[in-house]
Ligand binder design. Structure first.
Ligand code: HEC
Ligand code: HEC
Length: 307
């Protein structure tokens, strides 16, 4: 995972000027729209993690995409040119499952073939909420990319408001006020108190907010994830307060009383970081390269197989 993120770093930087604000995203991701799988608390296996393809895999992907997009493998059952396991899964794991993880409230892209919660064949909640917009009614319609909402989500950066946000979802940087609220909280001892609840927790997010627009960190920093759990930064083993940074061994993620020695402050204020220190936070997934979009399209054309 770390290796992949490091290799994405230049793309992430390039994406910054293009970024749309998270304010463009709908406000009631979890509410209103029938059919959204409901939250299952803190559940969910860690997104991402082992098995994310490295640079070698990506090279293989581009090669396949270049040859595979045109004529397609329609009608050649069992002879698909695109393999889910080899070609598509690494894309999903690299760019989608931070947020679309198993047990989360969004469609599960870590396990796309799960019958009711997975990506394939699931109902598009935006089409239900906006029948007038004529959107594809399914997120993936096997064999038909034009009737697959995922292609709109990853292929059209200028989505209409009735189609929600472009994927992967761009997350806005923290405002100056948010940064200073966190700084003050750390200076005062990073306590689990009323100030934390009123000023910092809404910035980090809570388990109830996972996958929604509330909070800017817990989409990814969720309980049982691989990175500090900012839904409960006080947890003595999986949280952030007083725990050593994985990235910079000389620093704590949050050192109570000392924001200048808290790696978290660097993460949320730096516009770029040395490769060894990972990405500025909140992390902004880069748009998918055209070759990856083409590959996903071809996978759908060939029937969105679990192959
Ligand atoms: C940083 C978090 C995040 C990432 C990364 C992300 N998504 Fe999403 N996704 C969301 C949120 C939040 C929603 C609900 C709001 C919306 O549709 O705009 C959503 C909704 C969707 C939907 C619509 C589902 C429906 O039924 O309405 C699709 C399809 C989708 N994402 C696909 C993807 C794909 C494919 C990727 C990877 C290329 C991806 N997402 C990456 C957060 C994310
Ligand atoms: C879209 C996903 C995502 C979002 C949103 C996000 N992070 Fe992260 N964060 C990661 C990933 C992945 C890593 C590990 C790789 C790295 O350090 O770049 C990480 C690492 C970190 C680290 C380093 C931990 C260590 O041990 O060195 C800190 C601190 C951090 N994030 C803070 C935040 C804060 C604060 C926010 C909200 C303002 C935030 N993150 C939002 C994905 C995210």
């Amino acid at each position: 995972m770390k290796a992949l993120l490091a290799s994405l770093a230049p793309l992430v930087t390039l994406a910054l000027p293009l970024g749309c604000s998270a304010d463009d995203a709908p406000t009631n991701v979890t509410g209103g729209t029938a059919g959204t799988p409901s939250a299952s608390g803190s559940g969910g296996t860690a997104a991402g993690g082992a098995g994310i393809g490295g640079a070698g895999g990506m090279d293989g992907i581009s090669g396949t995409a270049a040859g595979g997009t045109g004529s397609g493998g329609m009608g050649t059952a069992g002879m698909a040119s695109v393999s889910y396991a080899r070609d598509i899964k690494p894309i999903f794991e690299g760019s989608c499952v931070y947020c679309h993880y198993t047990g989360g409230i969004l469609i599960d892209i870590a396990n796309p073939f799960a019958p009711t919660t997975g990506l394939v064949d699931s109902a598009n909640t935006w089409a239900m909420a906006h029948p007038e917009a004529n959107l594809p009614t399914r997120n993936v319609t096997p064999g038909n990319p034009d009737q697959s909402f995922i292609m709109t989500k990853i292929g059209d950066p200028n989505l209409s408001p009735s189609a929600g946000a472009f994927m992967p979802w761009n997350i806005a940087r923290l405002t100056d006020d948010e940064v200073s609220a966190i700084r003050q909280w750390i200076t005062a001892g990073a306590l689990n108190d009323a100030t934390y609840a009123a000023t910092v927790q809404p910035i980090f997010g809570t388990p109830q907010m996972l996958g929604t627009k509330g909070g800017k960190c817990t989409y990814c920093h969720f309980p049982n994830g691989e990175i500090p759990n900012l839904a409960d930064p006080f947890d003595p083993t999986t949280g952030a307060v007083g725990l050593e940074s994985e990235r910079v061994s000389s620093l704590k993620v949050i050192e109570p009383g000392n924001p200048d020695q808290s790696f978290l402050m660097t993460k949320v204020t730096a516009m770029s970081l040395p490769q060894a220190q990972g990405n500025p936070m909140p992390f902004r997934p880069a748009p998918l390269p055209a070759a990856e979009v083409a590959l996903i399209k071809q996978w759908i054309v060939e029937g969105a197989l679990n192959n």
